[in-house]
Design a protein around this ligand. Structure first.
Ligand SMILES: NC(=O)c1ccc[n+]([C@@H]2O[C@H](COP(=O)([O-])OP(=O)(O)OC[C@H]3O[C@@H](n4cnc5c(N)ncnc54)[C@H](OP(=O)(O)O)[C@@H]3O)[C@@H](O)[C@H]2O)c1
Length: 423
């Protein structure tokens, strides 16, 4: 009998308890042993809980970490502290640890994997990226013969739901966010999701594994979706595309490019049809080519699916060789100003002769060529100009836009969005 302890009994913790109960027979056959949840740590010991956890609840971490019988500790409480201290303590005491905590793994993964290695225990975190989608183990194991050259992903279900609502129903960002909150897809404080911080944490974990180099969230150029306007979605549609919040990780000769930004994807791009709360990750290896991983990136049972599989892996592997830190490279993160991309731009200018040629001049001085220019709605003596550039370093575009912004004929630069050309 394998005794485990769980830290946290919220959405994911409850899913873990229910899944172990539901699939116990097959789980036992697959690992050759029986899993027993011995103790569960919660914050509020007086909360009403399901009968499945009767007699197991504690509000003292020591009850779990000091229990010699417990060999696997599952951290599903979330947040940085005290979860980080608890994980460190558990690993130091020789317990295997399974966590769903992207905040901790993206920032402290290196340190924690060092402790797990020193103590010859497993530290597994499949649920920290893509919820129920298997991605970490496939990248570390099944794709390990490849050099990964590119990873692109939709890693946040909340923002994908909001953008889908805006696309399908023509809703404003504000209304789509409100709807996501009512449906339970967005938190009351949605900052981490809509500003791209949650996706950046997952991108840090994915790119670290993919390129075997340590990348932390603060190194990732991040833009959110809060400034996306339905007008941009409509223009994207006219151009045969959709707007998505995309994690982009590219391996260059001696550095890596990593970003989380809204991107105008052409409709034939594999990520363009990923709708609602679904997530998807496209990985490109130099032997396998492109592979896609698709599924629910959050939720009680999808996330529990990944957590329980990690518990089973830790049990199967308790006496074997563990997979520890795989970041043996020391690659620099590319200055985001040097990253090449095509861009979609929307400007409002005075509807007067000569304005367009002035703007074109600023682009020309900064070696920017335009592949599309069209003038749209005129309103109160102003006109909307929509342009798409050819590939250009981001800093050239920023330089040109800061010149253009100073022109008195330019009312506002309304949108600047990357375009992913290739399908
Ligand atoms: N929810 C998802 O779909 C999902 C998907 C992927 C990854 N994750 C990750 O999984 C983790 C858990 O998420 P969740 O949605 O299940 O969280 P949650 O519903 O908020 O549950 C948190 C649980 O942890 C307990 N807890 C919080 N602080 C504690 C403390 N200081 N001491 C003891 N117990 C404490 C709470 O106790 P009480 O019950 O007493 O309040 C609660 O049971 C997070 O790292 C999250 O990022 C979640």
């Amino acid at each position: 009998m394998i005794q485990i302890g769980i830290l946290g009994l919220g959405t994911v913790g409850t899913g873990v308890v229910e899944l172990i109960e539901k699939n116990q027979v097959n789980i036992s056959k697959r690992i050759g042993d029986h899993i027993n949840i011995k103790k569960i740590l919660v914050k509020n010991i007086n909360k009403e809980r399901s009968s499945l956890v009767e007699g197991k609840i504690t509000d003292k971490f020591e009850d779990i970490v000091e229990d010699e019988d417990i060999s696997v500790i599952v951290e599903v409480m979330g947040g940085e502290e005290p979860a980080l201290t608890y994980i460190r303590e558990a690993l130091k005491r020789g317990k295997n640890v399974v966590t769903a905590n992207k905040e901790i793994i993206s920032k402290y993964g290196k340190e924690l994997l060092k402790i797990s290695s020193a103590n010859n225990v497993n530290l597994l975190f499949e649920a920290s990226v893509g919820g129920g989608i298997p991605i970490i183990r496939p990248m570390k194991q099944c794709l390990s013969a490849n050099e990964i050259v590119k990873i692109m992903g939709i890693l946040n279900g909340t923002t994908n739901y909001i953008l889908t609502q805006m696309t399908e129903k023509g809703e404003s960002f504000k209304d789509a966010l409100k709807e996501a909150q009512i449906e339970g897809y967005a938190e009351s404080d949605p900052t981490d999701d809509i500003k791209g911080f949650d996706a950046a944490r997952k991108t840090a974990i994915l790119s670290s594994i993919g390129f075997n180099t340590r990348i932390t969230p603060d190194q990732i150029y991040t833009e959110g979706i809060e400034n996306i306007n339905p007008v941009d979605i409509e223009y994207a549609r006219e151009m045969g595309g959709v707007l998505k919040l995309i994690a982009t990780c590219k391996k260059h000769e001696d550095n890596v490019e990593v970003s989380v930004t809204p991107v105008l994807l052409k409709n034939d791009h594999p990520l363009a049809s990923v709708m609602g709360t679904f997530n998807a990750i496209m990985v490109e290896g130099n032997a396998v080519g492109r592979v896609m991983f698709y599924g629910l990136g959050a939720g009680k049972m999808p996330t529990a699916s990944a957590v329980v599989a990690d518990i089973m892996e830790a049990i199967k592997n308790k006496n074997g060789t563990k997979v520890h830190c795989t970041c043996y490279n020391h690659l620099n993160v590319m200055d985001p100003g040097l990253a090449m991309s095509s861009f979609y731009l929307r400007l409002r200018v005075l509807d007067k002769p000569g304005v367009l040629s002035k703007i074109s001049g600023a682009f020309g001085e900064n070696q920017i060529s335009l592949s599309k220019v069209f003038q749209k709605n005129t309103m109160n003596g102003t006109a909307e100009i929509v342009m798409v550039t050819y590939d250009v370093p981001f800093k050239n575009l920023q330089e040109a836009l800061s010149e253009i912004k100073a022109y008195k004929q330019v009312v506002e630069i309304s949108s600047v969005i990357r375009v992913e050309g290739e399908s």
